[in-house]
Design a protein around this ligand. Structure first.
Ligand code: CO8
Length: 373
């Protein structure tokens, strides 16, 4: 076990939320418009009509009931179906920095830390709003933190991989205390015109403070017992957006420059890999899975979490053992398991053990075993 602890977490939740019913109503209005505009081609058999979505399907297939977004009106406008997020001048704080700072402030208050206690900022998320300057350097500046910052991306596993990077940085003497933030504006890269995935993601930001136990003065500390990271290359979750897009004009604006997945394959391939990794990790640590108080799992799909928890425990998990937040937040990529940890740990007593685990594109899996100090 390391002597490094999570001493604080923070959560920024956008003001606006979209229910399944609202989302499906706008999607179906878009479908009707599209089919009307292309009525001749559809009648001539040159084009397939688009199929409507259904709120019942969304909840049954995913467990999602609503999602928070940075801008609701743009997403729900059937002529637009993209958030309206006006560009800001370079002199103004950028939107990703703004939500990172909000989550960071809560985490810092919980950990009883000021900017002068922190030496490094890691911004770990699925999408950065620009390549450079790094978002982390802007967050560092906004909070008045000395030292250094860098961005990293491992899609849905960005936060767990970020925790491991923070642990390594503290362990090797690179920083006394690290702020790790996950500003996930997933609505920017979700194709709201795609029936198979339009309901999956939401926006949020989480933050985590890590430091050595000896410097911690917060009242709610979780020792990092162990972390295991794994990646396996797969094209089943992919986004081809990138700086080389302008080298081929024919691809600009194509659907593959947004989130695309083969959800069924992801489900089948990722669940067993995650369950196996957690089970092996616990075996190596000589921790009986039955003694786990909680699994703060990645929040992509309710059935996925139930299956993974069942495989780890050898029985159905209770809601207390594997809490769900995706019903309210949807999939918030790397932030999901951190939201679950942030909201569901008040009942932990000293010695209680839990697993914070993410999984997603890459594929990537990050599993962090935590023990309440
Ligand atoms: N309404 C009504 N019916 C629908 C809809 C809809 N919206 N969509 C599909 N259907 C129909 C299909 O047409 C199909 O019908 P039929 O059987 O007649 O062919 C039927 O429903 C079943 O369709 P699917 O096979 O697609 O449905 P599933 O039951 O597999 O459920 C899920 C779909 C919910 C997507 C499920 O497969 C799932 O959750 N899989 C796991 C996904 C996952 O965990 N992905 C991780 C991705 S996140 C990540 O790694 C981070 C990426 C970076 C974030 C980027 C931000 C944007």
């Amino acid at each position: 076990m390391s002597d490094i602890v999570i001493s604080g977490t923070g959560l920024f939740t956008p003001v606006e939320s979209i229910s399944n019913e609202e989302l499906v109503e706008s999607f179906n209005a878009f479908v009707a418009l599209h089919n009307e505009e292309n009525a001749d081609a559809i009648a001539a058999g040159e084009m397939e009509p688009l199929e409507p979505s259904s709120a019942e399907f969304v909840e049954k297939a995913s467990g999602i009931k609503s999602r928070y977004v940075m801008n609701k009106s743009g997403v729900l406008d059937p002529h637009r179906m993209t958030p309206r997020l006006p560009e800001r001048p370079n002199e103004a704080q950028s939107i990703q920095c703004e939500i990172a700072v909000a989550a960071a402030r809560e985490a810092m208050a919980q950990a009883n830390k000021t900017a002068s206690d922190i030496d490094a900022v890691i911004v770990a998320a699925s999408n950065m709003q620009r390549p450079y300057p790094a978002m982390a350097v802007e967050v560092q500046d906004a909070l008045g933190i000395e030292g250094f910052g860098f961005d990293m991306n491992v899609a849905c596993s960005s936060a767990t991989f970020g925790i491991q990077q923070a642990v390594a940085t503290i362990a090797n003497g690179g920083a006394r205390c690290v702020l790790m933030v996950n500003p996930e504006i997933c609505s920017g890269h979700l194709n709201f015109r795609d029936r198979n995935s339009h309901f999956i993601f939401g926006d949020v930001c989480t933050a985590v403070i890590l430091e050595r136990e000896e410097t911690a003065t917060g009242s709610d500390l979780y020792r990092i017992v162990d972390s295991k990271l794994k990646t396996i290359y797969s094209n089943n979750i992919r986004n081809n957006f990138g700086f080389l897009n302008r080298g081929d004009e024919s691809g600009i604006g194509a659907a593959d420059k947004l989130f695309v997945q083969n959800g069924r394959k992801v489900f089948k391939e990722v669940c067993p890999a995650v369950a196996e990794l957690i089970a092996q990790q616990l075996a190596d640590l000589e921790i009986d899975p039955q003694s786990l108080k909680r699994m703060w799992l990645h929040q992509a799909n309710l059935s996925m979490n139930q299956l993974i928890a069942r495989r780890v425990l050898g029985r159905e998990a209770t809601e207390a053992e594997a809490p769900t937040i995706l019903d309210e937040y949807a999939n918030t990529s790397s932030a999901g398991s951190v939201i679950a940890f942030h909201k569901h740990r008040a009942d932990f007593a000293a010695g209680d053990i839990g697993v914070l685990c993410s999984f997603g594109a890459g594929y990537s899996i990050g599993s962090v075993v935590l023990q309440k100090a």
